[in-house]
Design a protein around this ligand. Structure first.
Ligand SMILES: [Zn+2]
Ligand SMILES: [Zn+2]
Length: 383
């Protein structure tokens, strides 16, 4: 019986090369013996490899589409493995995923000791912390070197012995009967997880893995100027690899908490100041604290209009690469009083009497230079 290669990869018969490749990579990751060490997974992994070998080759794919099985060479039973020995294209995937398992010719057995994977944790910091830089203590669940066996995996310090299932080859071959003859397929040995060697007297602490899971506290130095999405790398603080292999890196991803006053835009900060109408008309001054706690004197010019801004150069966030600071942009919001009483009302009435201003319709030309026109234009642009 011919294999359902399309079914194995979960793609339609009309699938494109890219779709086939994508599905293959996804499944290979899922069933890779490093991820899933069951026999079933190993078998599935071998099937996926075979299906991809066939469907990624136009010639072989045509044979399948005509109802045949290109992995079974007719009239020559047992020799069907031609081109499939040593796992063929699967070796490339091994390299791509796991940093290689020995070069040249047969890729197996792969090393028992593998580099560890990188880890990622997220921390939330205040804007003030982002402005000054900070140190964060972070708790992580990770794989660390087994201190009992120092990563060797054996209880008595003895060396691993050759696997007696695969005789050290790291893979086992099996013969499949197909419509067109016998096909030999190779799959990673499940007894030794494809390494070709077994630990006969495994360490009690780590079960021979050379690493154990542990909760650790690490200190991350967060530089000034970081923002949401930035990652701090802690070299060698990731997971220790299988067999006590070298640890990966730990990435700390920054998330910035919203600030009650400042809104960040790149290295610039924005804030709003409510200006009473008399201060806007006559001019005024206000003191405020910068994000770094520095006292700032902000001058509000006489004749300030609603939506005017004051830009304080260099009073924003430090740039994460060092050097210049961003600006602090203050948005002046002129507050027109809503509840006037007694003397205030009187003063306003007087103001109206002495000023000759009255409401009037403005034509575009006279508004062109003023802020009204630009606001109108903005309103139109938003539609
Ligand atoms: Zn151990
Ligand atoms: Zn084996």
């Amino acid at each position: 019986m011919a294999w359902d290669y399309y079914g194995i990869l979960g793609v339609d018969r009309s699938a494109s090369d890219a779709e086939i490749k994508k599905s293959y990579r996804k499944l290979a990751r899922q069933y890779h013996p490093d991820v899933n060490s069951t026999d079933e997974a190993a078998e599935k992994f071998a099937e996926i490899g075979a299906a991809y070998e066939v469907l990624s080759d136009p010639e072989k794919r045509r044979v399948v589409d005509m109802g045949g099985d290109p992995l079974g060479s007719a009239g020559d039973p047992g020799a069907g493995a031609g081109g499939f020995g040593g796992f063929g294209g699967v070796g490339d995937i091994f390299d791509a995923f796991f940093g290689g398992g020995g070069g040249g010719g047969s890729r197996r057995p792969r090393s028992r000791v593998q580099p560890g994977s990188d880890s990622l944790v997220r921390v939330t910091i205040d804007l003030e912390e982002a402005a000054t830089g900070t140190q964060k203590e972070i708790q992580i669940d990770t794989a660390v070197l087994c201190t009992t066996c120092h990563g060797k995996g054996s209880a008595d310090g003895s060396k691993p012995t050759t696997c007696n299932v695969c005789n050290g080859a790291g893979e086992v071959q099996s013969v499949q009967r197909t419509m067109l003859g016998n096909v030999m397929t190779a799959r990673p040995c499940s007894n030794c997880q494809g390494t070709g060697e077994v630990i006969t007297n495994p360490c009690a602490s780590c079960g021979g893995q050379g690493r154990v899971r542990e909760r650790r506290t690490v200190t991350a130095k967060v530089p000034a100027g970081v923002t949401t999405g930035n990652r701090v790398r802690l070299t060698g603080q990731g997971e220790v690899g299988p067999g006590g292999g070298p640890a990966g890196d730990l990435y700390v991803e920054i998330r910035e908490r919203e600030h009650p006053v400042f809104v960040r835009e790149g290295d610039d900060l924005h804030a709003s100041i409510r200006v009473p109408v008399a201060d806007a008309a006559l001019g005024s001054e206000i003191t405020m604290e910068s994000i770094l706690g520095e006292e700032l004197n902000v001058r509000i010019d006489a004749g300030t209009q609603p939506s005017d801004t004051v830009r304080m150069r260099g009073k924003g966030m430090p740039n994460v690469r060092g050097g210049a600071h961003g600006d602090l942009v203050l948005h002046l919001d002129v507050a027109v009083p809503t509840h006037l009483h007694g003397k205030q009302k009187e003063a306003m009435r007087k103001l109206r009497e002495v000023s000759k201003d009255a409401p009037e319709l403005v034509d575009t030309d006279s508004a062109r230079s003023g802020s009204l026109f630009s606001r109108l234009r903005q309103a139109f642009n938003q539609r």
